[in-house]
Design a protein around this ligand. Sequence first.
Ligand SMILES: [Zn+2]
Length: 177
Amino acid sequence: MTFRIRIYGDPVLRRKAQPVMEFGPFLAQVAREMIATMRAAKGVGLAAQQVGLTLDLCVIEIPEGEKEDRLPAMPLVLVNPRIVAQAGEACGEEGCLSFPGIAGPITRAETIHVVYQDVEGAKREVQLSGLAARAVQHEMDHLAGVLIIDRFSSARRAGLRPALRRLKLQAQEASVG
Ligand SMILES: [Zn+2]
């Protein structure tokens, strides 16, 4: 099973995640289906809001060739993630499964230290850099209701206005049909 990915214009993308308090078969099932949805869409990450949920939960899977040293096993399910330390800056081109056809440069921390819970509720922590660090920061933005266009320059956002209007129409059609 996969979820339908919510497109820009769907109000759930602006909602903040609620902390996950219950760990059990339901959460495990949601995580499994989010991973299947991410893989089907060929994404490197997916947050709960992108499948219409407001759980504090995201999934990440960095392709084999992109892996850097000391990366944890993928896919990575992050429940209630918090960035407790960060270092450096890196600018990279970023897209989003909720903004098909749209991408732009975003500056993010180069290295992050994240504490989170796994799908069974065990407390874990991990240090990430490169694409994995970028992906987690992107997904944690989603969990706070923040989207890539918020991180683009205002000039870039203005240039994207027609494309964003089209996406909003698509989102409306998807929610009725
Ligand atoms: Zn995204």
